[in-house]
Design a protein around this ligand. Structure first.
Ligand SMILES: Cc1cc2nc3c(=O)[nH]c(=O)nc-3n(C[C@H](O)[C@H](O)[C@H](O)COP(=O)(O)OP(=O)(O)OC[C@H]3O[C@@H](n4cnc5c(N)ncnc54)[C@H](O)[C@@H]3O)c2cc1C
Length: 455
């Protein structure tokens, strides 16, 4: 055996697996294979001037490399079982929270100390929301910010680099079960291990599907969340964001009874492109450093779409909608809320004439040509509902970027402790397993399996 443990993917799931493994047993021989670059080499070429939109790099530096999709994320670690994944279904709510708190402690001791932990518990906003048919979910959220998140990752890498062997720019092609463990194949060669942890995140979703097919591991998938990223002056949400930082608010539409929710709120942040398997969608982040902050707040409004039999390809459905926006806009489309309501496209002139400066250079267009009516109706209803708790949300100049899609990786069949039911010693964790959808849950899943292996 080359290694005791091979970890595929150096996102939060992979990093926290490696951290906990070497912390518990310094004698373990651990290797991490990562398709993307080392942290210091990760750079998205979009500079807003020479390169304005996604040019489809071989590996997307926003999604891949040491730190995973989390490296340039806003670093919001939500400590909750209410959203961010369903880890608790495997290990119970108490243990899931304990693991998330443990991850938070590590983050604090590797550069995050001094960052703020916000909480929705006992705030006046819960009442305000309920009075307006909106539901504020419970959570504690540690906001590292994109800048501090980077420092924490840098420190974690410095701690790990002499204890773990890292292979960057080395995508794993296949995983094969061997007599005493697993063999992984890369373009450079084959490596064997006794235990294997797969933590390939959202960018590895297609690959994960292929591996599950090859190894006969059961999967299921029937959900995708589709919507827009809203950008408005930071003042509109400041009463909420100053106290809660992020508010996860859920609304049930009157028309269809669909659930619409706010997601990934970034006070004084920036809207960014996201490239998943060549499809350009939108996301957002913000910095802890006031010097890097903008005048705008952004958040996603997403409608959850669950499909029933016989349709199985929920991600394919989301991709097709995102492709439509890419086809019409060459990437992400931006539209003023006022233009959407009046049934007209936004133009360069209308965007320039708005009292808000977009933080992402997107193509002005018409989102009603992209989003299915049911989804668009839900988003419009939610904007009017939010306007009651944050007046100004339904302003004509509020910007809507589309589309934002939350792809849910298909859920891979694993037992408790996230080990494949079919293969002993093969663990599938993080967003790639379909079980987690967040930094805190993905990291916690890494700690969980490391303890299982090292213990
Ligand atoms: C812009 C942005 C902002 C976000 N903000 C937040 C936030 O504030 N809070 C929050 O909770 N979540 C946020 N998220 C989501 C969060 O980043 C993910 O939930 C989290 O990173 C999942 O961790 P993971 O380790 O499971 O997967 P990932 O972070 O996706 O890491 C997986 C890694 O595996 C690598 N990989 C894939 N396939 C292979 C292969 N075949 N071989 C080798 N390596 C492979 C990838 O390159 C990647 O680096 C954000 C995401 C984005 C894109």
């Amino acid at each position: 055996m080359n290694y005791d443990v091979i970890i595929i993917g150096a996102g939060p799931g992979g990093i926290f697996s490696a951290y906990e493994l070497v912390k518990l047993n310094r004698n373990l021989k651990v290797a991490v294979f990562e398709a993307g670059h080392a942290l210091e080499k990760r750079r998205c070429p979009i500079d807003g001037e020479k390169i304005k939109t996604c040019i489809g790099c071989k590996t997307c530096s926003i999604m891949s490399g040491f730190g995973g999709a989390g490296a340039f994320s806003d670093g919001k670690y939500n400590i909750t079982n209410d959203f961010g994944g369903t880890l608790f279904e495997y290990i119970g709510k108490k243990k899931a929270l304990e693991l998330m708190r443990y991850v938070d402690e590590i983050n604090m001791s590797y550069g995050g100390e001094g960052t703020k932990l916000y909480s929705t518990a006992g705030t006046k906003f819960k009442k305000l929301c309920i009075q307006n048919d909106l539901h504020l979910l419970d959570a504690s959220v540690r906001h590292l910010g994109t800048d501090i998140n980077y420092i924490v990752l840098e420190n974690l890498y410095n701690y790990l680099k002499d204890k773990v062997e890292f292979f960057f720019d080395t995508p794993v092609e296949t995983v094969l079960a061997s007599e005493n463990g697993y063999t992984i194949k890369t373009a450079e060669g084959e490596y064997s291990c006794e235990k294997c942890i797969i933590s390939v995140g959202r960018s590895g979703s297609k690959w994960m599907e292929k591996v599950c097919g090859e190894m006969g591991i059961q999967t299921r998938s029937n959900r995708v969340d589709i919507g827009v990223r809203v950008e408005l002056p930071a003042e509109v949400f400041s009463h909420l964001t100053d106290e809660l930082y992020e508010s996860k608010i859920v609304y049930r539409t009157e028309k269809y009874g669909d659930l619409v929710r706010t997601f990934c709120m970034n006070p004084k942040g920036a809207v960014v492109n996201e490239n998943t398997n060549g499809i350009i969608t939108v996301n957002g982040h913000s910095y802890e450093d006031p010097a890097k902050q903008t005048e705008n707040t952004n958040f996603a409004l997403l409608v959850a779409k669950h499909f029933s039999e016989p349709f199985k390809d929920s991600n394919g459905y989301g991709e097709s909608i995102a492709r439509l926006s890419n086809m019409l806009g060459g990437g992400v489309i931006v539209q003023r809320f006022g233009d959407l309501i009046r049934g007209r496209r936004s133009t360069e002139d209308r965007i320039e004439g708005a009292f808000i400066t977009p933080t992402l250079n997107a193509t002005p267009g018409d989102l009603s040509l992209v989003l299915p009516k049911r989804i668009l109706d839900g988003i419009v209803e939610m904007i009017y509902a939010l306007d009651k708790v944050a007046p100004g949300t339904a302003n004509d100049d509020t910007l809507l970027y589309g589309v934002e899609v939350k792809f849910y990786n298909m859920e891979v069949e694993v037992g408790e402790n996230l080990m494949s039911k079919k293969y002993d010693g093969l663990y599938i964790i993080g967003d790639g397993s379909g079980i987690t959808h967040s930094l805190s849950h993905a990291s916690a899943s890494g700690v969980l399996v490391a303890r299982e292996i090292a213990g």
